[in-house]
Each structure stands twice: as structure tokens, then as C-alpha cells.
Design a protein around this ligand. Structure first.
Ligand SMILES: [Zn+2]
Length: 107
């Protein structure tokens, strides 16, 4: 528990499994997809926030970066966020990972 007071803004969502603050953004690459990220930006993050509008209402999209795009965003000082499932302490999948979906580890 933190001693922080309530902010006037509506807080971001909370992960149902670990109760940490998270944000849900629309996926920029997958129609109808959603990306759940940690509410706070992270130096090691890979998701760029992409504010947009739909029907006059603000909508937040998340763009998962990799490779050169990610390097460029880091060089530009972009705020990047981490996919919450990577940090969620309750997010360890019980099922074996399907082949071809191994996480890309970078040195
Ligand atoms: Zn969680």
C-alpha cells in the first residue's frame, strides 16, 4: 500500500491478478487487440504510446517496437512502457509455450 493521496483523474486500471496499476491500450498492429502495459514508463520498455482520436474522443494506442524502431525511440528519448505480462508476478503461464513464440532475448 502506498500513502499517495487520490488524484483527481481517474486512476488507471489494476491488474486483476497482481493488483498493480496497469493501462490498457489499443493495439496499433492488431485490429481489435489490446495491449496491457505497466502504468509507469520504463527504461527497458518496448511499447510506445500513440495518442489518437476516434469519433472526437481520445483513444490511446500502443505500438510494440523492436529492432531499429525501438533503438530510434530510445535515442529520441521516447517514453516507453513494458508489457505488463512480462512483469506481472502472477503472469507465469502454466501451459508450455507454443513453438515459435519464444521471447526474443536481446543482449
Ligand atoms: Zn499483474
Amino acid at each position: 500500500m502506498t500513502a499517495r493521496g487520490k488524484t483527481a483523474r481517474r486512476p488507471t486500471s489494476t491488474c486483476k491478478r497482481c493488483h498493480r496499476p496497469v493501462a490498457w491500450w489499443r493495439s496499433s498492429t492488431r485490429e481489435g487487440g489490446w495491449i496491457c502495459v505497466d502504468a509507469s514508463p520504463d527504461d527497458a520498455g518496448t511499447v510506445q504510446r500513440v495518442p489518437s482520436r476516434e469519433g472526437g474522443r481520445p483513444v490511446m494506442y500502443g505500438l510494440v517496437l523492436s529492432g531499429l524502431e525501438l533503438a530510434a525511440a530510445v535515442a529520441d528519448g521516447e517514453l516507453l512502457f513494458t508489457i505488463h505480462s512480462k512483469t506481472c508476478p502472477a503472469g507465469r503461464p502454466r501451459n508450455p509455450r507454443p513453438a515459435g513464440l519464444a521471447p526474443t532475448e536481446r543482449p
